[in-house]
Design a protein around this ligand. Sequence first.
Ligand code: DGJ
Length: 748
Amino acid sequence: MIQQKGSFFLLETDGTTYCFRVTEQGFLQHLYYGKRLSLGADLAALVPQGGLWPGDSSGWRRGGPAICLEDTALEVSAPGLGDLREPFAVVRTAAGDTLTDFRFESAEILAEKPPLEGLPSSLGGDAQTLRVTLTERRAGLRLELCYTAFDSCDVITRSARLVNLGGQPVTVLRLMSNQVDFYGQDYIMTTFNGAWGREFEPTRTPCGPGGVTGGSRTGTSSSKANPFVMLHSQAASEVQGHCYGFHLLYSGSHYECACGNAYGKLRFLQGIQPEGFSWRLEAGESFTAPEAAMTWGWGFSAMSRNLHRFIRAHVLRGWWRDRPRPVLINSWESFYFKFNQEGLLRLARQGKELGAELFVLDDGWFGKRDADNCSLGDWTTVNAKKLPGGLRDLADRIRDLGLDFGLWVEPEMVSEDSDLFRAHPDWILGRMEQAIGRNQLILDMGRPEIQNHLIETLTQVFEEARPAYVKWDMNRILTDTWSAALPPDRQGEACHRYVLGLYRVLEELCARFPKILFECCAGGGNRTDLGMLCYMPQVWLSDNTDALCRCRMQYYASFGYPQCVWGAHVSASPNHQTLRTAPLESRFHVAAMGLLGYELDLGALSEEERAAIAAQIAFYKEHRQTLQYGQLFRLRDGTDGFWQMMASDGKNALVLLFQPENRANAPALRLTARGLRPEAVYRLTTRPCGFQTEESEDILSTGSVLMDWGVWLKQGFSGVGREPQTRMMGDSGSRLYLLEETSSDKNC
Ligand code: DGJ
C-alpha cells in the first residue's frame, strides 16, 4: 500500500514501512526503512531536527529550514551539492561538468507496474507503484524513480530512468538502481563471493565511516560476487536482528557499496558496475537502470522467507513456474566429450529404468567438437560421427524410451575453429589480440544482427530437436570489452549492450518456445541472478557437485534464493572436482535439497547402487512438492547441521542432517524443528535406506517440544564401542528425517 500524505510518501507492506519526504528545497529525504511502524496521522515525528550544519560542511538555506546534504539521508544523490558520500547518479553534462541538481517535480501512484525498457523486471500483479519525478534544470534532465510495494512478500523494488530533455547530448557515468541511507553504521555487510567451483562463500565486512565496496567486473553477475547482498546487525541470527536483503535484477557487472560518512550515516548503493561504464544520451533519449529489490526481516529466516516468496511469485514466470521439475540424467560428468549415440541411449535407458524423467545431452554434440577448442557457433551442424542419425533422430529415440529430451547450448560464444567465426570474424567482442578463456571468443551480443542470427539459428535447432529442456551455458568472463560496432565515445556501453542483447534473445526465444524449461548455467554459477531467473526458472548453481561443498553452497545461496531455482546433481565418487568420496545416500540427500538430477555413468555402478538410486528417485518424487516448493528453514546458524523443508499445509516436513566431518567423541545430537503447530503431535522417522537398520529413529513428540527444545537422536559413533543402534556416520555422512503430523498422542 502506497500513500502520499502532503510532502510525505509512505510505502507499507504487511511487515515493513518505508518512508521519505520532499524537503522544502525539493530534495528527497529518506526517513525510515524497517519493521512496520504504527504511524499516527502526523509523519513529522520521523523527520530529524535540523537547522544547523556541522563543522565545515555546506548546505542549503534558501526556501526553508537549512539543510546540509552531507548529513541528510537521501533517496538519490548526485555530486556537487555538498553530499560527500558515493552518488546515485553521475552525468557529464554538455557543459563538461558532472554537477547536477535534481529536485522534486511531481509524483503519482500507479495501479499497474510499468515495464522496464529492454530489461527484465518483476511482475507487479496488484502491487502499487509510486513514480516520483525529479528535474535537473540546467542540464535539462528528468529522473524518474519508481517504487513498487509487494505487500505480502514485504519486498519493495526500485528502478530509475533518466531522460535527456535538453538540446545537447549528455553522458551517463553512473545510474544506480537502489540507494538506501541508514541512520547508523552498526551493520555488517555480507556479500557472497567465491569463484568457479566455490560459489556463494560469504564475506562479512563491518561497516563504518569509509566504504565497503563489492561487485563484479566479469560482464556477468558472477560467481565472484553475487548480486544478492545483506546488511544486518552485528549479532543477527536466524531468528533475531535487523536483516536487510538486496537483489539486483541484472546479469552483467554490478556494484554494491555501503559507505559511511562522518555523521553516523550509512549509504547502501546497488546498480550497474560504474567502472568502465558510460552511456551517451542524445537529446530526447532515455536510459533505464535495472530493477533492484529489497526486504527487511527480523532475523535471516524472515528475510529469506520474504525473498523466497517474492522470487517464486513475482520473478519466476511462465509454464514452469509452479510445476514439478523433472528428475534428470545429464551426460556431462557421465561421458564429457567422449560419447556416441549408443552410449547415450544406454545411459538414457538406464536412467529411465531408475526413474529419471528427462535426459540431457550436454556439450559435444555439434560440429566436430571432441574437446573445448572448436565448433562453438556451429549449432546447426550435428557431430555426424557421434550422432549419425542427427539430433532429431536421437531426440526421438530418447522420447521413445519415455524420457523427455534436453539439450545443452552455449550460444554467446564462438570458437576460432568454427564455421561461424570463419564467416564472421568481425562478430566477436574485443579485438583478435585478447585474453582467451576456455579456448573461446565471445560474440558481441549488443549487435542486432548477431542477436537475430542467434534467434533464428536456435529456433531452427529447437524446432528440429523439440527439446523439453535447454541448458544455456556461458563459460568465460568478458575481458576485451571493445565493440567494433561502437564509435570511440560509446565504447563504455559495450558491456551493458551485451546484457541487453542477451535479454532480447532470451525474450524472443521464451516467447517462441514457452514450454521449454531453460536452465541458466554459466560455467556453473556465474549467472545466478534475478535477471536470468525472469527467463529461466532454474540455474546450475555450481559445477562443483561434491556433497560437502554443495551443502555449504546451497546453505548460503538459500539466504537469497529459494531451493526451487537450483539444480543439484548426484555425481560420481570420488568427486571430479574435489576428489572427495561421499556416500551415495549423502550425495542424494544434498541434491534432494534442490532440483534433483544425476550426472554420472550409471553403467559403472553396481546393482546395489542402481537399486539405491531407484529408491532415491521414488522417494524424491513422493516428496517432490515439499522438497522443491516447501518452506525452507535453516535450523542452525552455520553449515554443519540441519535443514528443514516444510510442506505448504504444515503437516509434514523433511529434515536433512549433514555431517561434514565425524569428530571422535562428539556430543549427542538434538534435532529441533521450526514452523510446526505447537499442539500437534509429530512422528519423526528416518528415511529408510541401505545403511541403517536398528539405528532408525521413530519418535513421537509434540510440535512444541520439537521446536522449543528438540528431540535427542540416537548416539552417533564416537570412537569407542558400537551397538546395533549406534548411528554409523562418517565424513560427509547424512540422514534424512521425516516429520509427519499424526493424530495419535500416545507415548507423548
Ligand atoms: C560448464 C558447465 O557448467 C558444465 O555443467 C558443462 O555443461 C560444461 N560447461 C560443458 O562444456
